[in-house]
Structure formats: C-alpha cells, structure tokens
Write a protein that binds this ligand. Structure first.
Ligand SMILES: [Zn+2]
Length: 197
C-alpha cells in the first residue's frame, strides 16, 4: 500500500485535505476525491479556483464584521440602509439568514458569540452608533441564557447613548438553536414582532 500511495501523492493529498473539512469523514473524503479526480475534472478545476479566490478575497467588513470582499461590505456602503436600525447577530452566517427573508433594511453588527464578552469591539460598535445615528439596536440572537447575558452586557455598555432603543426578536424562535435552523416565516415574524428589551 505504501508504495502504491507514494505514486499517488496528489490523490492522497486531496483525501487528507478533504478529511480536514468539518463533517467530512474518511469515507466521504475518499468518495469525493474519486469523483473530483476522475469523473468530474471540470468541477475540480472550478473548485480549485473558487477555493483560491475565496481564501484570498473573503475577509471581515471593518465596520460590521460580516463577510466582505472589500474593506467595507455592500450593506455598510448602501446609503439606503442607513435607517437608524442596527441588527446585532451572533455569527456572520446570521446576516445571510436575515438577508434571505428580506425583512430587515438596516445595518448589522456581528458579535462572535463564541468569543468572550471582553472580546466584543465596543469602540467599533460605539463609533457606528454615533456616526450612523443609530436609533434602535435589535438583538437577533437565539434565546439562550448566554445570549440574554450578552444582551444585558451590550445594553449596559451602550447606556451612554440616552436615546438609543433596544429590542430583541420576538418569541417563536426556539431556544438553543442557531438562527439558520429557524424557518423563514418564523424568523420573519420574530423580526417584525420584535419586543422592547
Ligand atoms: Zn459591513
């Protein structure tokens, strides 16, 4: 096997790389590698380009910390979205989830919910509230005890803005699951029927 493996360096490197991807096990990695290397070479080249380009270009927007391919993302640059509403989400993928329901027309700020509270960039958040004349902060975080604590902490840190209102998405979003697992209608209702926090 070792000799055979030696002559198939690229193939094994592909399998080993695929295995590193979360949720792809040994068997799936092998199956994908066979498919890409033999049956689907076109996809293979496309994938290689997409991987390289996204690794090179995708980064965090310097204003809202969501995904962007330039310094500032399209949502932050879009003047029609300067409506005084700032939606705080726990992960970059939540921006995609909320954008998909086309219900929210303000701007975002991404907290990394896995990071510790002390890691939240409050100077960045405060600067945005000031510069963009934010009137309402909407927490779109799934209802967990940890997230309740985060909301209180953020509200406390922003108490210097006397006229700032705080709200959170309404009940109906189940406890402990990510926003991306909530069906679009429930999320849309939860967002439009948001409650004062
Ligand atoms: Zn942005």
């Amino acid at each position: 096997m070792q000799t055979y493996k030696k002559g198939l360096q690229s193939f094994y490197m592909l399998i080993e790389s695929l295995e590193q991807i979360p949720a792809i096990g040994k068997k799936s990695a092998q199956k994908i590698a066979f498919n890409l290397s033999l049956e689907n070479k076109f996809l293979s080249f496309r994938l290689a380009t997409a991987l390289e380009e996204s690794a090179r270009n995708v980064r965090l927007c310097q204003k809202c910390l969501s995904l962007s391919e330039s310094e500032i993302c399209e949502i932050c640059l879009d003047s029609t979205r300067a409506n005084g509403e700032l939606c705080i989400v726990g992960h970059q993928k939540d921006v995609f989830t909320i954008e998909a329901i086309n219900e929210f027309h303000g701007r975002y700020f991404v907290l990394d919910s896995k990071a510790e509270l002390k890691d939240i960039d409050f100077s960045l958040l405060k600067a945005r509230i000031q510069e963009e004349n934010i009137q309402e902060v909407i927490f779109a975080l799934s209802p967990t005890l940890a997230n309740e604590a985060i909301m209180l902490f953020v509200e406390d840190k922003l108490e210097c803005f006397a006229n700032l209102r705080f709200s959170k998405i309404a009940q109906g979003v189940p406890t402990g699951i990510g926003l991306d697992s909530v069906d679009q209608l429930s999320l849309s209702r939860a967002l439009s029927a948001r409650v004062k926090f």
